[in-house]
Design a protein around this ligand. Structure first.
Ligand code: PCA
Length: 207
């Protein structure tokens, strides 16, 4: 059965002159992976905008599943995230806003768990030769923000769709410019995301 998957990436931010998640999102837009037709978009690194952009995309595309991607410059593995927390904190975003321990949703839960099959994703990635590990923190910056917004929307609207977040390492291209972070080839990063979507497709259709 053909279903819709909303995939998001992010624009460049801080001292990262490019964002590999942006290229992956652009390249997978319109692709069919497993049972999913992928619609992908790039979100702004802007606390005022990113959540609204995502919620608008959900309402427009009415997806059956959602995966957001973010760059974790400095990490070595593909990291499906376990939990998002109800806080914005960190360096200034692309509009110069620097949140200081702000709550995302006043009445929201402190933390919300990913509803993606994160263990199965890690197992499949490792079996295909790609290093992966569940991460227990998505930080408190834009990636955590977008993950929290998606899961809060799913919960408050009582939806049953799988949703969550995957952090990825830098690409070689970015690491050459940046100089101080580990990296993967773009093809392997993209293959990892395709494997995660295949895993989701198989897990959902067998449940
Ligand atoms: N990574 C950042 C924000 C945008 C991105 O790709 C993060 O980990 O929060």
């Amino acid at each position: 059965m053909k279903k819709k998957l909303l995939l998001t990436g992010f624009e460049p931010f801080l001292d990262f002159s490019m964002n590999p998640t942006m290229k992956i999102a652009e390249e997978l837009d319109g692709a069919m992976v497993g049972d999913y037709m992928i619609t992908s978009r790039v979100l702004s690194v802007d606390f005022q905008k990113a959540g609204k952009q995502l919620l608008q995309l959900i309402e427009e595309t009415k997806p059956d599943a959602m995966i957001s991607l973010g760059l974790a410059g400095g990490r070595f593995k593909i990291n499906p995230e376990r939990i998002a927390v109800n806080v914005n904190d960190g360096p200034a975003d692309n509009q110069g806003h620097k949140p200081d321990n702000e709550v995302i949703w006043e009445e929201g839960a402190d933390g919300l768990f990913s509803t993606l099959p994160i263990s199965q994703m890690v197992q499949r990635l490792q079996a295909q030769g790609l290093p992966a590990e569940i991460s227990n923190t998505a930080g408190t910056y834009l990636c955590n923000h977008v993950m929290y917004q998606a899961l809060h929307y799913v919960r408050t609207n009582r939806l049953r769709l799988p949703a969550g977040f995957i952090h990825i390492p830098a690409s070689h291209e970015l690491a050459i410019e940046h100089g101080k972070i580990p990296s993967w080839s773009h093809d392997d990063l993209k293959r990892a995301i395709v494997i995660c979507v295949e895993t989701l497709s198989e897990t959902v259709s067998s449940s």
